[in-house]
Design a protein around this ligand. Structure first.
Ligand code: HAM
Length: 412
């Protein structure tokens, strides 16, 4: 029979990688909680029109990357390609705006995009992300960026931060016309994708990575020259706050992002260490999206980071707890072994009870393989072996052994 394989673009995350996954999520979670964000657990399936109306009809995500299907009730649904749209939907649908003040939410979980798989790019990937609803001061932009930076710092990941401002929709519309005319004149110099983008989504030409497109748009007019004074002032304030926080950044006037909902601030944390897919965290402001999706006029902003990309950059995991391996010397002492293991675990000690029958020698081999720091031989007079020093001690009863062992493991 042929072996069933995982689907292209999907991954099993196990062993050391699963530890890195947890380390990333737990680190982010701790920081979100320190910044007083609350968790929201969002559904993986949404009405497809949510993404068409938020991410944007002409974006790559909606045009060619979404997993869309009809459920058995005939509803057209999509596996979520990102989390912001769902967070906005929930903010409106659950009436979170009525709670007053502002709302700070975070989430974690799988996203799905039918992209060409490569290192750092998968069809099911995972994000940690956060959104702030109801705050319009550039203070919130600065705080959000600082929080992302804190997460990266805690994970020991170095990146460069690029920022830009896209202004409001009105100014952007004006700029898009200028850009379109500029691009039309150079159409022949652009790649096939960018030729199509001139009509559909000309901003995307600005972050095309194809060499000839970069060359052809070297002297392109920049968006920042077309935005309102208000947007410019907000951008200046944000830069001032970031400087005062000691966060270094690069102003990249061509940074446009691949989703349509952004207004004003956009940012990306980028690394050169993991190949072409170097953006590890990204986000920005989307002040018109809540209204656009039927909610009250609410400024908002947020970010998301790709967990797999962060995992590729995590070099050091926190130290693990010492492992104690319990070996029943012969099967008559299996129950004794079960009891000792139970008592150790209740004390918070990481314990492996050897689950295989066999010779003492083969069980010791297993304990070694597992990296046991101590071995407990369960028998009438239980013994404790320190695998580091090789010392072995015999006890009258399990009680005494557990006391000594607890002292060694929990108070090293
Ligand atoms: P995004 O730039 O589409 O933004 O994705 C954010 C991050 O998710 C990327 O920087 C990258 O690390 C990771 N990512 C995206 N696609 C893949 C993939 N195929 N494989 C692996 N990792 C991937 C958003 O999703 C916005 N919702 C961010 C946001 C939140 N903006 C405002 N609030």
């Amino acid at each position: 029979m042929s072996q069933i394989k995982k689907v292209r673009g999907f991954q099993d995350i196990y062993g050391e990688n699963a530890k890195k996954y947890r380390f990333v999520v737990e680190t982010a979670r701790r920081i979100f909680e320190n910044y007083n964000f609350n968790e929201i657990i969002l559904p993986y399936v949404e009405d497809v029109s949510l993404f068409i109306r938020s991410v944007g009809e002409e974006t790559d995500i909606v045009q060619k990357e979404m997993y869309v299907f009809e459920d058995r009730g005939g509803r057209k649904v999509a596996l979520r390609p990102e989390g912001t749209a769902s967070a906005v939907r929930a903010y409106i649908e659950e009436g979170l705006y009525a709670k007053g003040g502002y709302q700070k939410l975070f989430y974690e979980g799988a996203m799905f995009r039918y992209e060409r798989p490569q290192a750092g790019r998968y069809r099911q990937f995972h994000q940690i992300g956060a959104e702030i609803f109801g705050a319009n001061s550039p203070l919130s932009d600065a705080e959000l960026i600082k929080m992302v930076k804190d997460i990266l710092d805690q994970l020991g990941i170095q990146t460069r931060l690029e920022i830009n401002t896209l202004g409001d929709f009105e100014s952007r519309k004006k700029y898009i016309e200028v850009l379109r005319n500029f691009l039309k004149e150079r159409k022949d110099l652009l790649c096939e994708d960018c030729k199509k983008r001139i009509e559909r989504n000309p901003l995307r030409v600005l972050d095309c990575k194809v060499e000839k497109c970069i060359e052809a748009t070297k002297d392109v007019p920049v968006l920042i020259d077309y935005i309102s004074d208000q947007s410019l002032q907000r951008f200046e304030k944000l830069k001032e706050y970031m400087k005062s926080l000691g966060i270094s950044f690069i102003f990249n006037p061509r940074l446009v992002r691949g989703l349509d909902y952004y207004t004003d601030t956009v940012f990306e944390f980028i690394t050169d260490k993991i190949g072409a897919q170097g953006t590890v965290a990204a986000g920005g402001r989307y002040d018109t999206l809540v209204k656009q999706l039927g909610g009250p006029d609410t400024p908002a902003l947020g970010f998301a980071a790709g967990i797999e990309r962060l995992m590729l950059l995590v070099e050091k995991l926190p130290e693990e707890k010492d492992l104690v391996v319990v070996i029943p010397v012969v099967s008559e002492f299996n129950i004794e072994g079960l009891k000792i293991a139970d008592r150790l675990r209740k004390k918070g000690i990481k314990t492996e009870l050897v689950l295989k029958e066999g010779s003492l020698k083969s069980k010791m081999k297993l304990a070694n393989k597992m990296g046991g720091r101590f071995v407990v031989f369960a028998s009438e007079n239980p013994e404790l072996k320190d695998m580091g020093s090789g010392e072995q001690e015999r006890f009258e009863n399990a009680e005494d052994l557990i006391d000594v062992l607890t002292e060694k493991v929990l108070k090293p």
